[in-house]
Ligand binder design. Structure first.
Ligand code: SF4
Length: 709
C-alpha cells in the first residue's frame, strides 16, 4: 500500500481556511520511519502523511464540494519554515536560542508577572486567533481573565467582523448570521454587498451560482466588477458600483424606496419589531432618497430604485455580505442598516431570506462565541453582568474584573504611551495584517515582553522575545464554527509535532503564573464551555462525533441545533430598527491623494498568506498587484506590468500594476497576501466608531510609476 501511495487510514476533519468550513476526508498513509532517521528509542516506527484531501459528502457545509485551498494547500504543515521548538532571546536584535518547553513557559510566566509587579495588573494582555479551535480560544480568554487578572483579551475578529457582532446584536439580539448555507437554494433575490464569494468563499460561491442558474436574481453592490456581475451563465440583475465609504448612504436609499413606495411588510413590522415609528420617520426624509445620496454613492438613482423594488418584491429576499461592509468607519452602522432592510421587508425567520455575514477565517464565528472580546464572556454576555461573572467566578475560583479590557488598537496605543508592556499573540500576524503597520511596529518595539505562538517565525515574531511553536490543523483536536454557526469536528491526523497542544501550553502558562489550569483533553474543555454557555448546552465532542456537525444554539429549546434563527421571535424578543445616519468618512481624497484604495482577496491565496504562500498555490499568485482603471492608468503613464509606488498619508509601498476594467475610475484595488508588498503599510488608523474595526476599505492614495523621477 505504501509503495502504491494508497491510504492506510482515513480521518474526517474540517478545512482550516475560510468560514465555509468544508469537511474533508484526510487520506493518510502511515509511512515507515527511514532506517537512518535520527529518532529516540521508543519513538513510533511510522510517520503519518496526508496523501489526499477528499471533500466529504457528510459535511453539512460543503456536501462533497471543495476549493483549491482546502483540497490542495495543506502542505504548509510540513514546510521547512515550520518552527518546532520553543525559542527565547533577551532583545529583538539577538539571535533566537532554542530552549526546553519548561524554560520557555517559565520565562513567559515570570516575565508577565514582573511586568504586572512594576506597571500594574492591566499592563499585559493576550490576542487569540480565529485560526484556532474553539477550545484553544476559550482557554486563552480564561488565562487572561483568571491568570492575568484583567480583561485585556481580544481576537483577530476585531479587524474583520467585530461590527457584525455589534450590529446584529443591537438589532436581532445575537451576533451571528441568520441562516444555514442550504437556505440560499430557496432564495429568489440576493443582495450581495461587499463580498466576493467566488474568490473568498468558493464553495458557497459555487452554490450561489448554482441557484442563480436556476432562476434566482442577484444585485451586486461592490466598487469592483467582481465575477458574480457577469460570468458564464450568470448575469447580475444589477451591478451597483458604489464609491468606497458610501455604504450607509446606499442602504438608507434602498430602505427609503421600500418605505416611500409602499413596499414595506407592515404586518412583520407590527408583529415582530420595535422602535418602528422613529425609524420610519428617519428613513422617509428626503436626505435618504436615492437622488439625495447619489453624490455620496456615485450611483444612478434609478438603478438604486430598481434594485430596492427587486429585493423588496421577491418572495424570498436574502442579504449576504463580507468585509466590504464591516471594514469601514461606519461598519457597525451598515450592519444595522442591512438588518433594518431585512426587517422592513419581512425577510427574516424562514428559509431563503436573512442577513448572512460571510466570515473570513475558519473560526471567526467561534472565536467571537468563545468570549475573546474584552467586554464579553462566552456567549456574548457582557462582563459587567454580575450574574454572568458569578458563573465563572464560582467555577474558576477567582474574582473577575467587571470592567471591559483593552481592544487590540487600544493595546497598541497604550504600548506607545508606556502603560501596556507585555503581549501574548496566538496565531495572528499583527505586524502584517493590522492597519498602519508603522504604528503596530512602534507599539511592539516598545513592549518589554512579546510572546508569539505560531507555526512560523512570522512578521510579528521579528518583535518577539519568546516564540512558542504551534500545532497545525492536522494536529489539533476540537471544533471550528463556520459562518452558518455550524460546529464542525477538527480531528488530529497526527500527534502534535511540537510535543504539546496549544491549549496545553496556555494552561501551563496560567499555572506557572499561579492560577492552576488543567484539562485532560479538548473534550473536557468543550464540556466546560457547554456547562457555562446556554447556547452550547447540548454540545459535546462525543455528540458531534456520533451525530455530526450542529448549528448553535444547541440546547433544551433546540436539541438538534438551529439552522434558521429568529423564526418565531428574535433572540432579543422584538427586532429593533435603528436609524442609521450616514456620516462620511474623514478619509477623503485631495490633490495629493486623489484615488481611493480598497483591498480584498484572491482565490488561491489566503489572508496574510502564511499558509498558502508555503504551498504550490503561490505559483498562481506570486505577488500582490494593483488594479487600476485604464483612464487612471493612462493619466499616469502606467501600463500593465509596470512597477508603481502606492502612497498614502501614512506610508508607501511598491507593487506591480494591472490595468483593469474591473475597476471604476478613481478607485484602485489590491490584495494583502504577501508581506513584501505590505498593503497595510498604506492603510490608516481610521476605524469603526463602535468596535474599532479598521477602515481597510477606504484609503486615499496616489499611484505613480516607481522611480519616475
Ligand atoms: Fe476550505 Fe473555504 Fe475552500 Fe471550503 S471553501 S475548501 S472551507 S477554503
Amino acid at each position: 500500500l505504501v509503495q502504491l501511495g494508497m491510504p492506510t487510514r482515513v480521518v474526517e476533519t474540517t478545512c482550516a481556511y475560510c468560514g465555509v468550513g468544508c469537511t474533508f476526508r484526510a487520506e493518510i498513509q502511515d509511512r515507515p520511519v527511514d532506517d537512518d532517521a535520527d529518532v529516540l528509542p521508543g519513538s513510533p516506527t511510522t510517520v503519518p502523511e496526508v496523501v489526499r484531501m477528499v471533500p466529504a459528502r457528510s459535511g453539512g457545509a460543503n456536501e462533497g464540494h471543495s476549493c483549491v485551498k482546502g483540497r490542495f494547500a495543506y502542505g504548509y504543515t510540513n514546510h521547512e519554515d515550520r518552527q518546532l521548538h520553543p525559542m527565547v532571546r533577551d532583545s529583538i536584535d539577538e539571535e533566537w536560542r532554542v530552549v526546553a518547553w519548561d524554560e520557555a513557559i517559565r520565562r513567559v510566566a515570570d516575565g508577565f508577572r514582573a511586568i504586572q509587579d512594576r506597571h500594574g495588573v492591566g499592563a499585559v494582555g493576550g490576542i487569540s486567533s480565529s485560526r484556532c479551535t474553539n477550545e484553544e480560544v476559550y482557554v486563552v480568554q480564561k488565562m487572561v481573565r483568571a491568570a492575568f487578572g484583567n480583561n485585556n483579551v481580544d481576537t483577530c475578529a476585531r479587524v474583520c467582523h467585530s461590527p457584525t457582532g455589534y450590529g446584529l446584536n443591537q438589532t436581532f439580539g445575537t451576533s451571528a448570521g441568520t441562516q444555514d448555507f442550504e437556505s440560499v437554494d430557496h432564495t429568489d433575490v440576493v443582495l450581495l454587498i461587499g463580498a466576493n464569494p467566488t474568490d473568498a468563499h468558493p464553495v458557497f460561491g459555487s452554490r450561489l451560482k448554482q441557484r442563480l442558474r436556476h432562476g434566482a436574481q442577484i444585485i451586486v453592490a461592490d466598487p469592483r466588477r467582481i465575477d458574480l456581475v457577469r460570468s458564464p451563465h450568470v448575469e447580475a440583475a444589477s451591478h451597483l458600483p458604489l464609491l468606497p465609504g458610501s455604504n450607509v448612504a446606499f442602504i438608507n436609499a434602498m430602505a427609503h424606496v421600500v418605505v416611500t413606495e409602499g413596499l414595506a411588510d407592515e404586518e412583520f413590522l407590527r408583529e415582530r419589531c420595535e422602535d418602528v415609528d422613529p425609524y420610519l420617520e428617519f428613513i422617509r426624509r428626503d436626505e435618504n432618497s436615492p437622488e439625495a445620496t447619489a453624490a455620496a454613492t456615485g450611483l444612478d438613482p434609478e438603478q438604486v430604485r430598481a434594485a430596492a423594488r427587486l429585493y423588496a418584491s421577491a418572495p424570498n429576499g436574502s442579504i449576504y455580505y463580507g468585509l466590504g461592509v464591516t471594514e469601514h468607519s461606519q461598519g457597525s452602522t451598515m450592519v444595522m442598516g442591512l438588518a433594518n432592510l431585512a426587517m422592513l421587508t419581512g425577510n427574516i425567520g424562514r428559509k431563503g431570506v436573512g442577513v448572512n455575514p460571510l466570515r473570513g477565517q475558519n473560526n471567526v464565528q467561534g472565536s467571537c462565541d468563545m468570549g475573546s472580546f474584552p467586554h464579553e464572556l462566552p456567549g456574548y454576555r457582557h462582563i459587567s453582568r454580575p450574574e454572568v461573572r458569578a458563573i465563572y467566578e464560582d467555577l474558576w475560583g477567582v474574582s473577575l474584573d467587571p470592567e471591559p479590557g483593552l481592544r487590540i488598537p487600544n493595546m497598541f496605543d497604550a504600548a506607545i504611551g508606556g502603560t501596556f508592556r507585555g503581549l501574548y499573540v496566538q496565531g495572528e500576524d499583527i505586524a502584517q495584517s493590522d492597519p498602519n503597520l508603522q504604528h503596530v511596529r512602534a507599539a511592539l518595539t516598545s513592549m518589554e515582553l512579546v510572546v508569539v505562538q505560531d507555526l512560523f517565525l512570522n512578521e510579528t515574531a521579528r518583535y518577539a522575545h519568546v516564540f512558542l511553536p504551534g500545532s497545525s490543523f492536522l494536529e489539533k483536536d476540537g471544533t471550528f464554527t463556520n459562518a452558518e454557526r455550524r460546529l464542525g469536528r477538527v480531528r488530529p491526523i497526527m500527534p502534535s509535532k511540537v510535543g504539546k497542544d496549544e491549549w496545553q501550553v496556555v494552561c501551563e502558562i496560567a499555572t506557572a503564573m499561579g492560577f492552576p489550569m488543567h484539562y485532560d483533553d479538548a473534550a473536557q474543555i468543550m464540556d466546560e464551555i457547554a456547562a457555562t454557555t446556554p447556547t452550547f448546552a447540548g454540545v459535546s465532542l462525543e455528540r458531534l462525533d456520533r451525530e455530526g456537525s450542529m448549528q448553535w444554539p444547541v440546547n433544551e429549546a433546540a436539541p438538534t441545533g438551529t439552522p434558521t434563527m429568529h423564526v418565531e421571535q428574535f433572540v432579543r424578543g422584538r427586532g429593533r430598527l435603528v436609524p442609521t445616519v450616514f456620516v462620511p468618512t474623514t478619509e477623503t481624497t485631495n490633490r495629493r491623494f486623489p484615488l481611493i484604495l480598497t483591498t480584498g482577496r484572491i482565490l488561491s491565496q489566503y489572508n496574510v498568506g502564511a499558509q498558502t504562500r508555503r504551498t504550490a498555490n503561490s505559483t498562481w499568485h506570486p505577488e500582490d498587484v494593483l488594479e487600476i482603471h485604464p483612464s487612471d492608468a493612462e493619466l499616469r503613464g502606467i501600463r500593465t506590468g509596470d512597477r508603481v509606488e502606492l502612497s498614502s498619508r501614512v506610508g508607501t509601498t511598491t507593487l506591480t500594476a494591472q490595468v483593469s476594467e474591473r475597476m471604476q475610475p478613481g478607485v484602485v484595488y489590491t490584495t494583502f497576501h504577501h508581506p513584501v508588498t505590505g498593503a497595510n503599510v498604506v492603510t490608516t488608523e481610521n476605524s469603526d466608531w463602535a468596535t474599532n474595526c479598521p477602515e481597510y476599505k477606504v484609503t486615499a492614495v496616489q499611484v505613480a510609476v516607481a522611480n519616475a523621477g
